[in-house]
Design a protein around this ligand. Sequence first.
Ligand SMILES: NC(=O)N[C@@H](CC(=O)O)C(=O)O
Ligand SMILES: [Zn+2]
Ligand SMILES: [Zn+2]
Length: 375
Amino acid sequence: MRIASAWAPPDGRGAIGTGKPRADCVSRIPMTRLTLRRPDDWHLHLRDGAMLKGVLPESARDFARAIIMPNLVPPVVTAADATAYRDRILAALPEGMDFTPLMTLYLTEETDAEDVAAAHASGLIAAVKLYPAGATTNSASGVTDFDKVRGVLEKMAEIGCPLCVHGEVVDPEVDIFDREAVFIDRVLDPIRRATPGLRVVMEHLTTADGVDYVKANEADLGATITTHHLIITRNHILVGGIKPHYYCLPVAKRARHRDALVAAATSGDARFFLGTDSAPHTDPTKECACGCAGIFSATNTLSCLAEVFEREGALDRLEAFASLNGPAFYRMAPNDDTITLVKGDAVAYPDKIATGAGPVTVFDPGFPLHWRVER
Ligand SMILES: NC(=O)N[C@@H](CC(=O)O)C(=O)O
Ligand SMILES: [Zn+2]
Ligand SMILES: [Zn+2]
């Protein structure tokens, strides 16, 4: 990573957005350019058809690769499904954009271990995704009886194919804010103990309990953290009127959990890496009596992350989180090309993008963004 610095202009622009030079910048040179290896997104929803066409450029512009979630309707269950879906993604990619979809299979109680092994050996899939049935958007075909997938998990441990996990229990007795922590004790830890060598990614971590669990385990365990969970708490969803565009699963928790995620992401610890979980739903399907879960952040994710890392004094660790730790976990080389973030006046980004499926609202971090990706 290369960090270039320049003095803020005399009028103070660029000095942390206050309009005035900050006192603590007098003796420090504010950073205004940041070059890092091109990032990857280790958890992304692209959907299909008109929505795919509309949202794909928003990710492909900044990210070189992404782990593509398989929760279509019907889900991407077999190697044949994944091949067809990958081809539809590549066909929707605008001319001249360079983007590699890393495919996943949706684990069901009928998944065939040999189909998984062949798809992994051929390089078609990078991982298999476990959704507890009923836990989240389009998870009805997921797993209810974890004993039924034991054979597939053992095969995955043997061949080194990672399991990406939506880590929430669906027990109606368990409070929605506790579902991740309970999942770790009731489901994840027993699966990992029963399947030595299984490589697991806890997707979209939302709790300090999750951070602690990852840190307590040396080998074979990583976690993605989303952009929005580094920023919002449950107050964003509920205070001053219900805000459907902040609703996602796992639901954002209280501030101490958000702060634990920020500490983990900005620590440089290689077990934590970026998975935006950018999950587009059209406005009418979010702004209604039973709104869909999912936050769309592909458009402004890197600007948001730079702001979060800058506040923590950790801009020099953004590259580890966004560009290095993920490939290391997935045993892939980091990207050779780079992107440069430039700091300046507040960045303009659309509040919605238009897709053939309908308008999709872009994540609003609630503060101005000053870092933009240099094109
Ligand atoms: N995160 C979400 O709130 N929604 C995701 C599903 C998921 O990742 O759980 C989606 O597909 O919309
Ligand atoms: Zn999920
Ligand atoms: Zn997701």
